[in-house]
Design a binder for this molecule. Structure first.
Ligand SMILES: O=C(CO)COP(=O)(O)O
Length: 253
């Protein structure tokens, strides 16, 4: 089966009630390709999830930006996978580099989170990516393979996982990976899947790119064979997110 183009909008820790109303209005009015062509998921902060979910057009889904690693309980400040499933939130982003770097999430911990979220019926956008130092040291593939392996170690099916390759040096910096750099790592990850998981998983798992994606660079990136979509940060808060969604049309040609 073909890999449907996937565009995620990670709003991170941004927005007021008024901002959220404006973004939702823009998305609701936007001229976007049909759900046969593109799957669109936006990820507001937890506090806005239910409002966004209820006010957004039905073709656009929502994702949480994180969830607790196991069943909920006495974990002050956390939100559990069960709660998200109970609210009808279909997706969750896990393993974002900001959480890995700032909150100390290890590869193993991210693997456990992915497994638990899947067990509760959530779909997962799992993030991997190297730092600038790691890229300069020539260890990019090793790093993303180890991050992906830690997830593979804990899960038995990749059906409900989208893998987001987000080089840390490209996140929020305006320094987007070149189409060739993105393609190289995406192709490397697809080869890794073929060797370590299965040919089927390699062929069917969507690998999306994140890191300074904008309305002006999205088409060229989308034209790369192994780029199956995007995880967008800053630009997902702006009207240009609609243009990024439209980059899905590139794959139809
Ligand atoms: O981290 C990202 C998406 O998860 C990318 O952020 P930017 O698009 O702001 O670089």
């Amino acid at each position: 089966m073909g890999r449907k183009f996937f565009v995620g909008g990670n709003w991170k820790c941004n927005g007021t009630v008024d901002d959220v109303k404006k973004i939702v209005a823009t998305l609701n009015a936007g001229d976007i390709p049909s759900t046969d062509v593109v799957e669109v998921v936006v990820s507001p902060p937890f506090v806005f999830l239910t409002t966004v979910k209820s006010e957004l057009r039905s073709e656009i889904q929502v994702a949480a930006q994180n969830c607790w690693v196991k069943k909920g309980g006495a974990f002050t400040g956390e939100v559990s996978a069960e709660m998200l499933a109970n609210l009808g939130v279909p997706w969750v982003i896990l393993g974002h580099s900001e959480r890995r770097a700032l909150l100390g999430e290890t590869n193993e911990f991210v693997g456990e989170k992915v497994a638990y979220a899947l067990s509760q019926g959530l779909k997962v956008i799992a993030c991997v990516g190297e730092t600038l130092e790691q890229r300069e040291a020539g260890t990019t593939m090793e790093v993303v393979a180890a991050q992906t392996q830690a997830i593979a170690d804990k899960i038995s099916s990749w059906d409900n996982v989208v893998l987001a390759y987000e080089p840390v040096w490209a996140i929020g910096t305006g320094k987007v990976a070149s189409p060739a750099q993105a393609q190289e790592v995406h192709a490397g990850l697809r080869k890794w899947f073929a060797e370590k998981v299965s040919a089927d998983v390699s062929a069917s798992t969507r690998i999306i790119y994140g890191g300074s994606v904008s309305g002006s660079n999205c088409k060229e990136l989308a034209g790369q064979t192994d780029v199956d979509g995007f995880l967008v940060g800053g630009a997902s808060l702006k009207p240009e997110f609609i243009d990024i969604i439209k980059a899905a049309e590139v794959k139809k040609c």
